[in-house]
Design a protein around this ligand. Sequence first.
Ligand code: FAD
Length: 376
Amino acid sequence: MGGKFFADALVIGAGPAGLGTALALARHGVDVAVLEMQDRIGARRRGETIRFDREMDGLLGEGFFEKQTIRRINRRSYFSHTGLRRVDRTIGNPNLIISWPDFIQAMARAAEDAGARVLPASPVVGFVREQGRIAGVRAMVGGFMEEELKAKAVFSCGGCEDPASRLLNINRTGMDMPVSKRLVRGYAGPADRFEYHFHVHGDSLTIATIFPRAEGEAEVILMGYARGRKPRTIPFEEFAQAHGVFRERLEGTTSFYSLKTAIPMGRMISACCPEDRLVMAGDALGHVQSRGGSGIRTSFLLGYTAGRLGAGALQPGAWTTETTRKLEQGIQGSPPMRGLRRHNLIYSTLRAGIFGRIRDPGKMDRLWPLLRIALR
Ligand SMILES: Cc1cc2nc3c(=O)[nH]c(=O)nc-3n(C[C@H](O)[C@H](O)[C@H](O)COP(=O)(O)OP(=O)(O)OC[C@H]3O[C@@H](n4cnc5c(N)ncnc54)[C@H](O)[C@@H]3O)c2cc1C
């Protein structure tokens, strides 16, 4: 590979996966730069609840979670479409409410403290190849002109808009579910619990969640659930019209942040190392654990694993096909990946099996005793 390297390793995306990757690479002595398209790290919000995880807390510096926690919530209520059925749950490891921008910026500081360069306003627009192999990326660093940045390896962690996903023509239909999110003020509903409201109509299932935040604030999310076909969501207003309890909860609130995006629901779509010198992690690969408060943690831990094992692959000597094979094997066999697979096999399969049979609100009420098992 000719020319000067911009860094030994380039990471695309300063989300949990990219920052976990960069943290591990830097800690293992690799010169790494993270390229983030947003002008400010964490500007585009995603998930804002997480559950305490000792491993992640330790990797980010003990007490990290405590410092980021706005409030703790360990109760959940699920409402059937008609509102006639309900299940209340109390969970042992409470959900911690965080502020996404603060959380991500604190993660970025941890990566920087370990020696990584984190570069906002630096969208990656393509890949550089030499003799057919990945040799870097084309990016606009700090918003300046597009340039070629060479590296020994690229770690692509760009979430559901990941550029490597596009490069490899990965078909994400049926994996990415559409999500609309709002942060609202003036919320006067129960502050001690998460609420989940279901809507079924023929082939479409929409789940609305209300997660209370700081005093009078709540995160409201509408998510279309995949049932074999391309999932879709109904608009907030339409959902509120159809669901009295949900409507009541949001009465008098005003939205101060809104976002339309997608969330992959735990179906891995390709190898983590699809080519020599290219590694992918996080939502880019559908690495979400489809259970409340697990996506951030899973993406971070898988990113960290990819970075830790990737640092070994970057040792002097050519990166051969055998290096890629071993790296893939290492990531696939790692505890976070095994845990993710096991979890998704149990919960995603169970939920898909039950939700897939529900076509109308009445059937949802009839199947509620069965559904209760999956609502964990
Ligand atoms: C609305 C919503 C709510 C969620 N709620 C929760 C929750 O409560 N708890 C939970 O644990 N999980 C939640 N999740 C899931 C969780 O947020 C994700 O699984 C996690 O953020 C994935 O991390 P990631 O780093 O793979 O991707 P992302 O967090 O999406 O980060 C990818 C980064 O890459 C950048 N990027 C993309 N393309 C480029 C490019 N070409 N050049 C440079 N940069 C690029 C993006 O700007 C972004 O910063 C939620 C997701 C969504 C969408």
